[in-house]
Design a protein around this ligand. Structure first.
Ligand code: NAI
Ligand code: MG
Length: 479
């Protein structure tokens, strides 16, 4: 039985978007010189004009961060720093609806996800790290841990506010000040966060936000006044950053791509597993570095799982991200859509079989129907490269050992999923898998207390938990 759903649009007027934004430097909004548009990818409507930071803007932001570090933030007790972090967390909760609507408009993700996942988790990161600020000496990271100084932080467009929280909260808790650059297609929630910093009366210069594209990111990476770079984004840019910081004294953490194996053993609870597969790849349009994008099915249950998966996919609601009943929203940008279309075409030409449920995609904006490819082999590009969209590659295996070999046969190693009813098999498999995060009978679960990060080309260092704090303190190795 299928239900008919009436439209359930979220109320847009809760958020006021200015026609033009500048940068947030030294506690104030300062005008930019050049601007570029940020759009709503679901409608292609221009939402605002965003400043493109050049050398002078980045210099000013680094200078403000250094001044705040030296004069204020590094001198303040952990207890006092913690109060500011709690205040920020509470304001984020109070303004959660505003943040959720803005995130959905600027990014294209469903309001259900920004409301129930992104924004609450972002606030949770501030609450969690507020609790650490006055307890750093008890974290097992040395008796007198010291901050690194000024952190340059560059974040992607898939979880804009959440990635900001992952970066800013531990940096501030550990006593660092920051210069952060949001992604060019999703800068608006970072700019609203700047208002929250003002509202929380955070000392000027502790958080500085400059907007721009890769050229602004490169100015941050190469700035001599920065002590640490924290980056989340593509492996390609991660490599550029690793090369740029190698001859310097800068610390670096990199959170890069993934091609996670989601492994289904024949004793798995099939109905729950199907939900987990859907959540693993179609959550956030598949724009997730740890997405379960390679489904490994044990051969004797493959047919049953695929049959149930296709039935389940028929019920996925693709469309207006502002509608509360939408499951899958818009692809974040025209460029990302082109990349997904290109890799899916490669899947066709390499002989994999494509299937999507029938869905009416809106005529404006950037859309891609949830898709699975069966008959995929290890040699196929769609089994090896990150598609970063709602596309699942399905492979099969006969023995548990074969599943592990296939799962580990990738240059990445960010996450993996195991579906099995046997605890012993789950523990055995998790010990063989070379992935930073392993989920058992669930997928895409995030918590600020849990470290997150990758092996191999998925990155360096960990974010979240006690491990993540280490990446913002002197003399503590991050792995
Ligand atoms: P990207 O890596 O170019 O962008 C991420 C951030 O880095 C943005 O803020 C961007 O302005 C900045 N940036 C770009 N070039 C830079 C440079 N040379 N120096 C410093 N900062 C720089 O990612 P893009 O082009 O948006 O997406 C391309 C692919 O990357 C996606 O298709 C996906 O496969 C992957 N990706 C992975 C993410 C993850 O969470 N692991 C997030 C975003 C993209
Ligand atoms: Mg946008």
């Amino acid at each position: 039985m299928t239900f008919e759903y009436a439209p359930a649009p979220e109320f847009r007027a809760i958020v006021t978007i200015k026609p033009k934004y500048g940068h947030f430097i030294g506690g104030k909004f300062v005008a930019g010189s050049k601007h570029f548009p940020t759009i709503n990818p679901a409608t292609e409507e221009v939402l605002s004009q965003i400043a493109l930071a050049g050398k002078a803007d980045v210099d000013a932001a680094v200078k403000a961060a250094r001044k705040a570090y030296t004069n204020t933030w590094s001198k303040m007790s952990g207890k006092e720093r913690g109060k500011y972090l709690y205040r920020i967390a509470r304001i984020m909760q109070e303004r959660a609806r505003e943040f959720a609507v803005l995130e959905t408009l600027d990014n294209g993700k469903p309001i259900r996800e920004s409301r129930d996942t992104d924004i609450p988790l972002a606030a949770a990161h501030f609450f969690y790290h507020a609790g650490w600020a006055d307890k750093l000496e008890y974290a097992g990271l040395g008796t007198s841990p010291k901050p690194l100084g000024v952190a340059g932080q560059i974040i992607p467009w898939n979880f804009p506010l959440l990635m900001l929280a992952w970066k800013v909260a531990p940096a501030l808790a550990a006593g660092n000040t920051v210069v952060l650059k949001p992604a060019e297609s999703t800068p608006l929630t970072a700019l609203l966060f700047a208002e929250v910093c003002q509202q929380a009366e955070l000392p000027a210069g502790v958080v500085n936000i400059v907007t721009g594209d890769g050229s602004t990111g490169a100015l941050i990476v190469n700035h001599p006044g920065i002590d640490k770079i924290a980056f989340t984004g593509s492996t390609e840019v991660g490599k550029i950053i690793a090369r740029a910081v190698a001859p310097t004294n800068k610390s670096v953490t990199l959170e890069l791509g993934g091609k996670a194996a989601n492994i289904v053993f024949d004793d798995a609870p099939i109905d729950e597993t199907v939900e987990g597969i859907v959540n693993g790849i179609f959550f956030n349009q598949g724009h997730v570095c740890c997405a379960g994008s390679r489904l490994l099915l044990q051969e004797n249950v493959a047919e049953e799982v695929l049959h149930k998966l296709k039935n389940r996919m028929e019920k996925i609601r693709v469309g207006d991200p502002m509608d509360k009943n939408t499951d899958v929203g818009a692809i974040n940008s025209k460029e990302q859509l082109a990349k997904i279309i290109e890799l899916a075409a490669v899947g066709d030409s390499e002989g994999a079989e494509r299937w999507s449920p029938a869905c009416n995609l809106p005529s404006k904006g950037f859309w891609f129907a949830p898709t699975i490819f069966t008959g995929v082999t290890q040699a196929h590009r769609i089994a090896r490269e990150e598609i970063f969209g709602p596309v699942l590659s399905v492979l099969t295996f006969r023995t548990p050992q074969e599943a592990i070999e296939k799962a580990n046969n990738t240059p990445f190693g960010l996450s993996a999923g195991i579906w099995s009813e046997k605890g012993s098999r789950t523990l055995w498999a998790s010990q063989q898998l070379r992935a930073g995060v392993i989920w058992a009978n669930t997928f895409n679960k995030f918590d600020p207390t849990s470290p997150f990060g990758g092996y191999k080309e998925s990155g360096w260092g960990r974010e979240g938990g006690r491990h993540g704090l280490a990446a913002y303190l002197k003399g503590v190795s991050h792995e």
